[in-house]
Design a protein around this ligand. Sequence first.
Ligand SMILES: NC(=O)c1ccc[n+]([C@@H]2O[C@H](COP(=O)([O-])OP(=O)(O)OC[C@H]3O[C@@H](n4cnc5c(N)ncnc54)[C@H](OP(=O)(O)O)[C@@H]3O)[C@@H](O)[C@H]2O)c1
Length: 270
Amino acid sequence: MQHILVTGGTGTLGRLVVPRLRDDGCKVRVLSRRSREAGEGIAFVTGDLTTGEGIEAAVEEAEIIVHCAGSSKGDEEKTLNLVQAASRAGARHLVYISVVGADRIPVGSFVDRAMFGYFASKLAAERVVVDSGLPWTTLRATQFHDSILTVAQAMAKLPIVPVPAGFRFQPVDADEVAARLVQLTLGEPAGLVSELGGPRVYTMADLLRGYLYAKHRRRLIMSVWLPGQAARAHRVGANLTPDHADGTRTWEEFLADRLGSPNTPLPSTY
Ligand SMILES: NC(=O)c1ccc[n+]([C@@H]2O[C@H](COP(=O)([O-])OP(=O)(O)OC[C@H]3O[C@@H](n4cnc5c(N)ncnc54)[C@H](OP(=O)(O)O)[C@@H]3O)[C@@H](O)[C@H]2O)c1
């Protein structure tokens, strides 16, 4: 039985990874900042990757670490704290989830950092993994449907909704990412593997319209030009991976399941 630590095992992606690993016969431990009761064959350990508190105990006896913990800032620091402890504990495989575009979206100016610093922090964390001395696998995925939904829900609260001009997204289903990550976790360390993107590319306005249609709402959508190099890179599709559109579940199918709306194409007039 393989001993596996999943960081971020309580998050959108991690909570889909954890039961798959357990059902594959692994002994799974989840790291969380909040104390949680063990249950359904899953053990929890309390710790914080930012402060380093509890990390030594978390990595103890873990042969494989699946690093799904993340936030909009500070992933480099969190990853460094994790790999230092994992190296001392002698882990034999570190699996990391990054984002498509991490290597292609330049984050130079203050404006870039303020809006798109996430991509720089994912790239820096990727480098920490490469330099860790541990055998590693990194998968870059596009935005999960859940994240697009969170953004759409927030935007739809506004009477007039600003959307970044020329931005397109290729949302992927978090469960499909989880399946791929588990397959990689149970395989040999493979370095940087093929990216994983969703089946279709949408403009931000179309993603938002799809959500509004599913909720029977209407909003005025206003295109806004974003400054900076990172925004320019988005406009030329640096956040997309059309050659790896391997996900199968569409945004419309996700909305139909999540919101209970009919899975019908968006009328062109909506
Ligand atoms: N969402 C996307 O569209 C997307 C796309 C591509 C890649 N990714 C990457 O996939 C990973 C998971 O994303 P997600 O959307 O599933 O994230 P999420 O739902 O926001 O969950 C974040 C997880 O990170 C843990 N976490 C945050 N800060 C922590 C800290 N200081 N110490 C320990 N644990 C911490 C949280 O655990 P507790 O709250 O229990 O402590 C939680 O389980 C991230 O690395 C993200 O960058 C996400």
